[in-house]
Design a protein around this ligand. Structure first.
Ligand code: CO
Length: 175
């Protein structure tokens, strides 16, 4: 009983019956994420390739290989999904410059130079680093953004908390 009535009312409100079988076409292609939608951050045209990595109490990253395109903007968010306090099981994600290997780098992030106060990333080691998150306690997360090298190759990432690099490392494959 109600439906026909409402339909009639609706039709009565439509100005002219311009064959309008497709009312929704009134609002055409309005891409959800056009420039207008970009909030803070002011990232220009190219969108970053985004990756989410989790670090846990077993000294593991859940993602140990990432693929990106040469010259692409990259955003990696690390979340510490563990529950052990930061001083005992903190995690970060440190991306090394092209050509710097794990073996080259890990001696530079050993105590006593590396401490909880410098996020296990002493100044002398930072020249080998493209980008790094903060050292994260349980439940915390942080993001890094950088531009991938312009030529194909590989970058290494690791957690520099003392003793973690052996299991907490991964590769960014630049294609
Ligand atoms: Co760690």
């Amino acid at each position: 009983m109600l439906r026909p009535t409402l339909t009639l009312v609706f039709l009565a409100l439509v100005p002219c019956g311009c064959g309008g079988s497709e009312p929704t076409a009134a609002k055409p292609a309005a891409p959800a994420h056009d420039d207008a939608g970009a909030p803070a951050g002011g990232a220009p045209a190219a969108a970053a390739a985004e990756f989410h990595v989790e670090a846990n109490d077993q000294m593991q990253y859940n993602l140990r290989q990432i693929e990106v395109k040469a010259g692409q903007k990259v955003k990696i968010t690390l979340k510490n999904v563990g529950t052990i306090v930061k001083v005992a099981m903190g995690h970060n994600l440190v991306v090394l410059r092209k050509g710097v290997s794990l073996a080259d780098f890990t001696p530079k992030v050993m105590p006593p130079a590396a401490t909880i106060d410098n996020d296990y990333l002493p100044d002398a080691a930072r020249k080998d680093v493209i980008a790094h998150t903060k050292l994260l306690g349980p439940g915390e997360s942080d993001s890094v953004e950088f531009t991938a090298p312009g030529l194909p190759g590989e970058l290494i990432y690791l957690c520099t908390f003392v003793g973690h690099a052996a299991t907490m490392n991964g590769k960014i494959i630049v294609k």
